[in-house]
Design a protein around this ligand. Structure first.
Ligand code: ATP
Ligand code: MG
Ligand code: FE
Length: 344
């Protein structure tokens, strides 16, 4: 079946067409430029941008994929988690298409979508796998028995998400918003061993209760204190070394806990997704540690890491294939949709 996917949970208006596990086209429009000067996403500004970009982005996806709207068999849309206003614009467009075309609607989970997009790149998940979803709002470890029907959350961040921590440290270092990609670039020029920053929730006492949980807010505070102390002593802040040492602490914990979870659950395939999986320090360390542990690592090209319509069409396609019932046309959106809810 041909699935049209719509994503509007944050600042990207994403529309994609997927047939089975084949991506026909993925169109994305972003309002990030409008938010950058505020140092964060302004929901009202994002909602208005989605409203304006929606129809042109749908038209562009159809045109580039060379398909007619009448050929679409099902519509998948992000039902949560995300910003309520932006989600509502996407859901409204999807409902209108569903009524107009008389085709089923599937409201799906954005975070599971970050993992599902991998099926378009490396093929369907054929066995039980582990998914690490790291993004602006989430850092979660998921055990995936079936991407459409059976996802278990093993752990998540107790405070900041990995991307959020990067953005906050970026602000602290005076970098433009979002800071994540800037820290990534700076870190490549610095020494990751220059400063030993704390590794959250890795102490022995945390092993029992928080073996697969993350915490990055203590690390962020440690970076802030270190930078302050450096400034107070009148020295120039070695920004590249701070960035490299901070990034090293984040990706060390993420990869160590994820590989421990793979071992404990006897899983040989690891999928990493979400905006933060664009991070080069994470990609390098995960590749090295997975190779060492004999784990098959699936990590998509950067354009499928951040928000896009392909991830929603991919998950929609898996849900249709699993034979799950479509969503009711009166569904709402859920800003804090649980990660175990794949479809509503
Ligand atoms: P969620 O998926 O939890 O709803 P989101 O959709 O806002 O959150 P994404 O778009 O998936 O998040 O990811 C955006 C985040 O990824 C931002 O925090 C951004 O700084 C971070 N990010 C993107 N590229 C990089 C990079 N190269 N290094 C570090 N962080 C990055
Ligand atoms: Mg985004
Ligand atoms: Fe996202």
């Amino acid at each position: 079946p041909l699935v049209l996917g719509i994503e509007t949970s944050c600042d990207e208006t994403g529309v994609a067409l997927v047939r089975g596990d084949t991506l026909l086209f993925d169109a994305v429009a972003s309002s990030m430029d409008e938010h950058a000067r505020y140092g964060g996403i302004i929901p009202e500004v994002a909602s208005r941008a989605h409203l304006e970009a929606m129809v042109p982005t749908i038209r562009r996806a159809l045109g580039e994929a060379d398909v007619d709207l009448s050929e679409v068999d099902a519509i998948a849309v992000t039902a949560g988690p995300g910003l309520v206003g932006p989600l509502t614009i996407g859901a409204s467009a999807a409902k209108a298409l569903s009524i107009g075309l008389d085709k089923p609607l599937y409201g799906v989970n954005h975070i599971i979508g970050h993992a599902a997009v991998n099926q378009l790149v490396d093929g369907p998940f054929t066995e039980r796998s582990m998914a690490l979803v790291v993004s602006g709002g989430h850092s979660s470890l998921l055990l995936v028995d079936d991407i459409a029907t059976d996802v278990t959350e093993l752990g998540s961040t107790l405070d900041d998400a990995a991307g959020e921590a990067f953005d906050k440290v970026g602000r602290l270092l005076g970098l433009p918003y979002p800071g994540g990609p800037h820290i990534d670039r700076l870190a490549r020029e610095g020494d990751p061993e220059a400063i030993r920053f704390p590794r959250g929730l890795t102490a022995r006492k945390d092993q029992e209760k928080h073996a697969y949980d993350f915490s990055f807010s203590g690390l962020k505070t440690a970076v802030a204190r270190w930078v302050e102390a450096c400034e107070d002593s009148g020295k120039e802040v070695p920004v590249a070394d701070v960035a490299a040492s901070f990034a090293a602490a984040v990706v060390d914990v993420l990869t160590a806990k994820t590989i421990a979870a793979c071992r404990a659950h006897d899983v040989e395939t690891l999928v990493i997704g979400g905006g933060f999986s664009a991070n080069s320090q994470l990609r390098e360390l995960a590749a090295a540690r997975c190779a060492e542990a004999g784990i098959d690592l699936r990590i998509p090209p950067i354009r499928y890491c951040t928000d896009n319509g392909a991830m929603i069409a991919a998950l929609g396609s898996a849900v249709v294939r699993a034979g799950l019932p479509p969503s009711d046309l009166d569904i709402g959106v859920d800003s804090s949709m649980p990660l175990t809810t794949v479809t509503v």
